[in-house]
Design a protein around this ligand. Sequence first.
Ligand SMILES: C[S@@+](CC[C@H](N)C(=O)[O-])C[C@H]1O[C@@H](n2cnc3c(N)ncnc32)[C@H](O)[C@@H]1O
Length: 241
Amino acid sequence: MQGEQHWSDNNSRSFLDYGRYFVPERERQIDMIADLIPAAPGGLLVELCPGEGLLSRALLERFADCRVLALDGSEPMLEQTRATCRDHAGRLATGTFELADRDWRRFSEPPHAIVSSLAIHHLDGLQKQTLFADLAAALRSGGVLVVADIVRPPSAAGLAIAARQWDEAVRSRALAIDGDLAAFAEFNRLGWNYFRNPDGEPIDKPSSLAEQLAWLSEAGFTAVDCAWLFAGHAIFSGRKP
Ligand SMILES: C[S@@+](CC[C@H](N)C(=O)[O-])C[C@H]1O[C@@H](n2cnc3c(N)ncnc32)[C@H](O)[C@@H]1O
């Protein structure tokens, strides 16, 4: 990421090219996010910032009678989402939005689940708190918020572990996918490993996992928990009572 204040078309291009290498355990993460959503016949599932739409597609496949609303700030990313989900086009709606704004946080019907992967860390701590409170208000009773995102370890030791694990994960994925380390070299060239230089990019504002779990509880969520954590990437969730 290149010192920009907001997610840009350049960021989108890099992510579309390299997301499959750069996201640790990407396929397992998608499965776990879906595992955290209770069955919801006919319900509305909302994905914030779907990117190329792999999670939206998994939700459309897993919850065959649900509809997905996918919101992203980038129209080129939403085009990718629609292409990825073309086999389920009748159950997918898309729209552009700014994650930090609050005007989109009322839906035509209360969603059964709201999910987001690798996007909420673009909000600062106060914006995350406001987002969690607004989404708690928007969800239907029994609905869940599931967040997959990078989280900031509060200690130097934790940062070093996350940095090392992320490097190892990208090296492994590069070798498994291509049999060489070209994608890992690009990961380094782009300076993508947030944990190596945590204060280097104003676009990235991950909060600690502990803070975010507390904010979910303060927002009124119950069953707040972290289901998975590796390489500074966490999947955590809460249920609307
Ligand atoms: C790193 S990509 C993640 C894509 C996908 N969720 C995934 O996990 O593969 C971040 C996505 O968030 C969107 N995004 C970033 N900041 C945003 C903002 N402030 N408002 C709306 N969308 C934003 C980008 O357009 C992009 O699609």
